[in-house]
Design a protein around this ligand. Structure first.
Ligand SMILES: *Cc1c(COP(=O)(O)O)cnc(C)c1O
Length: 361
């Protein structure tokens, strides 16, 4: 028998979440963002499930795109940061990858490239996040040079990215939308701005293409309750089982550093999952886990391969009982908050040691 720690993947939840994105943005095409191994879910498995249902995929770099091509994925794939080296430009054209152009160096690489086929480009403008993108005053020149270089399959898609779309009362998003409108209204070509929070909460940002990532995996990107986002269903449920049980006396401590001390006779369940499996070491005493579907608090430090849970108040816990670390019944955001991070990070850094298993939802 194998170690019982695994990440269960519910593809019906994935389809449900994608359907919500489509319902919210009915006039937009969908580019599903599967960068970073599909946020830890497994890029090829998720891309295969999404390919028939979306209009395009997006990844962070050429290596991630070629992994999808090697797996037989034929959908358009956008490189969100564009090329990191001039050699990547003809490779993108050869493999039918779409290329972001976001700075002058990338534009020159494209202008000087010898391409085996015309290329689809997305031209990114910096509307306020100040991470990637062409300065507003240069957008017209970039657009003109892209059309003039004779290497494009059509006018570039005009794109930008939001800094604060997950904060529903933040003024930056409407300012970025207004700037994007003003910069792009005189230019031909499609437009794209919306990530997951914008897909869910900023309909004026939907334009021709939405680019959801995190919401597809079934978790709300918002800290506060949100009517639409709270109907998403988690694709990944990280599960394990109780593998050891003991009763300890008041005053006895649990785990490395003896950071949790029993105040009464306590029943401690050991569960085989730890920071070596992506469970955050920063999750402190009291972080909830589900044992037999019921909440119980973490007791003591997270080890590399194990955690300890105080199950004193759950009658009848036995060896082999199922444990959920996050996913169905326990939002990853709740665990992430206890570990001072966000659900995006916990999902994305899931290590290869944890088997991914597709289940029928
Ligand atoms: C990662 C990324 C997205 C998706 O963001 P989510 O918040 O996960 O939906 C969209 N656009 C760009 C440019 C990105 O880098």
């Amino acid at each position: 028998m194998a170690r019982p720690c695994e990440a269960r993947l519910d593809l019906s939840a994935l389809r449900h979440n994608l359907a919500l994105a489509r319902r919210l943005a009915p006039r937009s095409r969908v580019m599903a963002v599967v960068k970073a191994n599909a946020y830890g879910h497994g890029a090829t498995t998720m891309a295969r499930a999404l390919e028939p249902l979306v209009d395009a995929l997006a990844v962070a770099c050429l290596e991630e795109a070629l992994e999808l091509r090697d797996a037989g994925i034929r959908a358009p794939v956008l490189l969100l940061q564009g090329a990191f080296h001039p050699d990547e430009v003809p490779l993108a054209a050869q493999h039918k990858l779409w290329l972001t152009i976001e700075n002058a160096t990338q534009l020159v690489w494209l202008e000087r490239a010898t391409l085996p086929a015309p290329l689809h480009c997305w031209l990114k403008v910096d509307t306020g996040m100040h991470r990637l993108g062409v300065a507003p005053e240069q957008i017209a020149e970039f657009h003109q040079r892209l059309l003039a270089c004779g290497k494009l399959a059509g006018p570039p898609v005009l794109t930008t990215h939001f800094a604060c779309a997950d904060q529903l009362d933040h003024p930056a998003t409407l300012q970025q939308i207004a700037r994007f409108e003003q910069l792009t209204q005189a230019l031909p070509g499609e437009r794209s701005a919306a990530n997951s929070p914008a897909t869910l909460a900023w309909p004026d940002s939907h334009y021709d293409w939405i680019r959801p990532g995190f919401m597809l995996w079934g978790n709300s990107p918002f800290a506060a309750p949100h009517t639409a986002a709270d109907t998403l269903r988690p694709v990944m449920t990280l599960v394990s089982r109780v593998t050891s049980l003991r009763d300890i006396a008041p005053g006895e401590a649990v785990g490395y550093g003896a950071t949790w001390q029993a105040t009464r006779t306590s029943r401690i369940a050991t569960v085989t999952v730890g920071y070596g499996d992506g469970y955050p070491r920063g999750a402190g005493n009291g972080t909830p886990v589900l044992v037999n579907g019921q909440r119980a608090p973490l007791a003591g430090r997270v080890s590399m391969d194990m955690i300890s849970v105080d199950v004193t108040d759950l009658p009848g816990v036995a060896l082999g009982d199922p444990v959920v670390l996050w996913g169905a019944g326990l939002p990853v955001a709740e665990v992430a908050e206890k570990a001072h991070t966000i659900g995006y990070e916990l999902l994305t850094r899931m290590p290869a040691r944890v088997p991914r298993r597709v289940v029928i939802g």
